[in-house]
Structure formats: structure tokens, C-alpha cells
Design a protein around this ligand. Sequence first.
Ligand SMILES: [Zn+2]
Length: 309
Amino acid sequence: MVHAFVRSLALMAVLVAVSATAQAQEKLKVVASFSILADFARNIGGDRVDVAMLVGPGGDAHVYSPTPADARNVAAAKLVIVNGLGFEGWLSRLIKSAGNKATVATATKGVAPRKDKAVTHDHKHNHKHSHDHEDADPHAWQSVANAKVYAANIRDALIAADPAGAEAYRRNTEGYLAKLDALDRDVREAVAKLPAERRKVISTHDAFGYFADAYGIVFIAPQGVSTESEATARDVARIITQIKTQKIPAVFLENVSDPRLMRRIAEESGAKLGGTLFSDSLTDEKGAAPTYIDMIRYNIKALTSALAG
Ligand SMILES: [Zn+2]
């Protein structure tokens, strides 16, 4: 009797282990082009998905050279999530060469694209600028309202790829959208406390246009919306003059850009260094911004402490 009981317990343990392995193997394989999309996909996919990312924490997705491991991840994926708006110029080649039939979902579908005005204007009289981003600003995730569009697009893509998980994906999305609503309110409250004349900063590249439009902080950047082109001496001189004449309080570094240019601008203009903003990438688990929500909270804290009267 006892032996039979122990045997059946052992058998049950084996069965549980086998079904857990089977479940792990059945997870939907998703590839996200960069860390912010991977975070959205994990929040919405929950434990039904296995999310790999191409450009990892601290990486610059404007300019990226895919690795053989990236090609393997894309080849194994059922769903590839991309930002679009010309952000990942290197990606279509990778997807083509992987040769699989993964669905490619564009997370910015339905977002009203911001035009790349600054760059168009600055270079209008010099030369025809040669960005490959179709003159749209790709950094749509910097407005929390847009992040909600990303979340809905990712939910729909996950449901299409894995209809059995529809209910779970809808439930996860609802919970996540509520967190984004709270985040959006907090950002608005924090900005409202700043003196209106101090709501302006310098950042390295033009990554905060959507944030600026949504929340009313002016961002001026020596580099355009892509990190592909470098700021010219003329761009830098113009920014230094602008800092002085408009009394811009702070200059920020970015986690994906070389800090030397901004340190020089701060030194020559007398503006203070406000710290680092997370523009195009999250950090790893140990860093200050391992998730999108952490990133926005970190940025607004850095901005408000530098700009408070
Ligand atoms: Zn960028």
C-alpha cells in the first residue's frame, strides 16, 4: 500500500515536471527590436510568451549591427515587434535574411507621427539631408498616450499569433493600461509644479519631441532625431548662444549617446548638467530604468529636480 502510494506520488511528480516542460516549450516566441518594446511585450504577454530582444539595454537602435544570435532568434520567432517610423533601418534586411514566416507587427500603427521639423529646417539651406527615417520622428514611446497605442497594437498582435491566449492578453493589457494612465497623470502633475519659464532643457539628440508635445517641456538638441548624423560645429555654437539668450537652466546627457559633447556645451554655456535621461533604451535589471514605467518616472524626476525654481 505504502509503496503504491509513494510510486503514484513519484509518478505525479514526473507528470507535473513533464507538463511544465511542455508548457515552457509551448511559449509563444516573440522578438522585439529593442528593450522598450520587449518590456511592453512582457507586460502584455505575461507567462505565455518568451520575449527576446535584438538591441539590448543601453544599446542604440538607430545604428545597430545584428549578430548571428539575432538572426537565429528572428528565425525561431512567430512574432516580431518593431517600432517603425524609420527607427530600425537595419531590421528589414535581418528579417528577410532569416527567411521565416514570422508576422511583423508595427507597434506605432495608428500613432500620429511627429514630423522631423528641426532637422528639415536646420539643413534646408545647406544640403539635402540624407536620413533614412522618412522624415518622421520615431521616438513616439516618449509620450505615455502613445505607449497606450503601442500596448494595444502588441495585444492585438499577440492575440492574432496565439488566439488561445486572447483572454489573458486582454486582461494583462487592461492592467497595464491602468498603470500607464496613472503614470501619465503623475508626469502632468510634476510638470505643472515647475515655473513655466524654466520648462526648457538641452538633450543630446532629438528624442523627446513627443514628450515635449505631450507635457509642455521644450527640448533643444544639437543632434537630429537619429544618432546617425553628428552635430556640426555650427549646431553646437547655435545651441550655446540659445542657452545663454533663453536662460535654459539645464543640459542633459542620454544613456545612448556620447556624453562628451553635452559636457562641453554645459561648460561653455554655463548651464548646469542635469544628469542622464533615458531616451531610446532601458537599463538592465540592476539599473535605474529596467522597465518603461521606471524610465518615464526616472526622467521626470531628473527633469523636475533640475528645473525646479
Ligand atoms: Zn533616438
